[in-house]
Design a binder for this molecule. Structure first.
Ligand code: 5RP
Length: 258
């Protein structure tokens, strides 16, 4: 769905429809789960907080609800730290004042999505190619809340989703070779409605690497980041404090905690 923000016309990718009152109302079950879970996370933000604003379709609902809470007066004096261009645009749209890491000395709470969550709350992120900034902000936060629908839960990381690796463009070929030597199947992420590769907010490229199994996510995270030319990868270990999971039970969306 495209929305006009100032001079920008941007695909917000979470397709709400306007409700009669307050928050937009999602239509299909997955979107409804994402909406409920985003709202539940935003409800945990207290006045005066500095809030890390994650990226993706689930976090978009949290940003929308934070804006509504500010507008209604239920929430006051928050400042957002966006993890991407998308988060920045949404925050501006919903009236959330923004700050930068240069101007603050801590982040109280961060809300962000994930592509996979294992039973230890370890994550794979980067489906939106924003994992580098997300990692900076999410690790800095005193409290990091992950918002997912139940389809993101896996027994072991890498079961479904490849690991996104952000690489500086001049190192693309040697990094691809190094990833193959590690037993991965690397795939350069290509743009949609754009010829050529996805370019991150930092001007780099993303290689999605499928591993047959990831036995030790903490070790793999370090090994990947040690390849010269790699900026950051999407494995997040020991970062999440709380995972909010959206599910549909008896036709109704419910949110449970992990
Ligand atoms: C972006 C991310 C997202 O948080 C992740 O891809 C989940 O997105 P969504 O809520 O749209 O499923 O890591 O880099």
């Amino acid at each position: 769905m495209y929305q006009k923000i100032g001079l920008l016309r941007i695909n917000m990718d979470y397709s709400p429809i306007s409700g009669v009152l307050g928050m937009t109302v999602a239509t299909d079950p997955v979107k409804l789960m994402k909406q409920e879970v985003g709202k539940a996370a935003a409800a945990q933000v207290k006045s005066g907080s500095i809030v890390g604003l994650g990226t993706g379709s689930t976090t978009a609902y949290a940003i929308e609800y934070l804006g509504l809470r500010l507008k209604s007066g239920d929430l006051k004096d928050i400042q957002g730290v966006p993890t991407s261009f998308q988060a920045e645009v949404l925050a501006k749209q919903y009236g959330i004042p923004l700050t930068t890491l240069d101007a603050i000395d801590h982040i109280d709470i961060a809300i962000d999505g994930a592509d996979e969550v294992d039973p230890h709350k370890n994550l794979i992120k980067g489906g939106g190619a924003a994992h580098t900034r997300e990692k900076v902000v999410d690790y800095l936060a005193d409290r990091f809340i992950v918002v997912v629908d139940s389809g993101k839960l896996v027994d072991r990381l890498g079961a479904v989703f490849p690991v996104p690796v952000e690489v500086i463009p001049m190192a693309l070929t040697p990094v691809m070779q190094a990833l193959k030597k590690l037993g991965g199947k690397p795939d350069l992420r290509m743009g949609v409605k754009k010829a050529g590769p996805v370019i991150t907010d930092q001007g780099n490229m993303v290689i999605d690497v499928k591993f047959d199994t990831i036995d030790d996510p903490a070790a793999l995270e370090k090994i990947l980041n040690n390849i010269p030319g790699v900026l950051e990868n999407g494995i997040f270990v020991n970062c999440a404090d709380l995972v909010l999971i959206g599910e549909v039970k008896d036709g109704q969306p419910v949110v449970r905690e992990m």
